[in-house]
Write a protein that binds this ligand. Structure first.
Ligand code: AMP
Length: 218
């Protein structure tokens, strides 16, 4: 099954992407994760992307489309994949469609994670990430046992630069302008399914499994 996770930052796409990927044994392709890794390593891609990411702006379409086309050409994607955070603009969606059409393939379902803005803001600004192993915590919802320290590996927890309040507001504004039109784009193709990103991780996962099974994707 070829799935796209669509929705504003903070709607839970990344968390469900990881869980679904484990459960259905298909790759989770997150453009945000790929770009963050490139920034961390200081590769040419990372150097190009860093300023856009730190300010909450989108990385140019041609850069991200290239990343995804490359990822989808890997062998592991034959049984399906979960695209998380891509496409984010109409241009990206059209280029994705064109690239898949060339392979006689296509997207089976787009899951639209709907969430009230205030919950997204609270989730993002409270998020803390381990510098060493990348585990995610939240100052209120998933607090670490010892403040500022990762429960899993003892690494230091930090706030992503783009999770600061001002940048979060900019990311949400950009989502509204550049990404929201994709809801209609996929609705017109009859492959959009709306789910509640405000549900807790387990409940939303259950709902997604049900949706896949009803759509006979699994
Ligand atoms: P995310 O972790 O998905 O919120 O992505 C973090 C940041 O990476 C975004 O704020 C953008 O700067 C960049 N990014 C990720 N995916 C895309 C995309 N599809 N198009 C443009 N920029 C992206």
């Amino acid at each position: 099954m070829n799935i796209v996770l669509l929705g504003p930052p903070g709607a839970g796409k990344g968390t469900q992407g990881v869980v679904l990927s484990k459960n259905y044994r298909i790759p989770h392709i997150s453009t945000g994760d790929i770009l963050r890794e490139a920034v961390k390593r200081g590769t040419p891609l990372g150097k190009k992307a860093k300023a856009f990411m730190d300010s909450g702006e989108l990385v140019p379409d041609e850069v991200v489309v290239g990343i995804v086309v490359d990822a989808l050409s890997q062998d592991g994607t034959k049984e399906g994949y979960i695209l998380d955070g891509f496409p984010r603009t109409l241009k990206q969606a059209e280029e994705l469609d064109a690239a898949l059409k060339r392979k006689a393939s296509g997207i089976d379902m787009v899951l639209y994670f709907e969430i009230p803005e205030e919950i997204a803001i609270e989730r993002l600004t409270g998020r803390r990430v381990c510098r060493k192993c990348g585990a995610n915590f939240h100052i209120k919802n998933i607090p670490p046992k010892k403040e500022g320290i990762c429960d899993k590996c003892g690494g230091e927890l930090f706030q992503r630069p783009d999770d600061k309040l001002e940048t979060v507001k900019n990311r949400l504004k950009i989502y509204e302008i550049q990404t929201r039109p994709l809801i209609e784009y996929y609705m017109n193709k009859n492959i959009l399914k709306k789910v509640s990103g405000a549900l807790d991780v387990k409940d939303l996962f259950k709902e997604l499994c049900q949706v896949f099974s009803e759509a006979k994707l699994v």
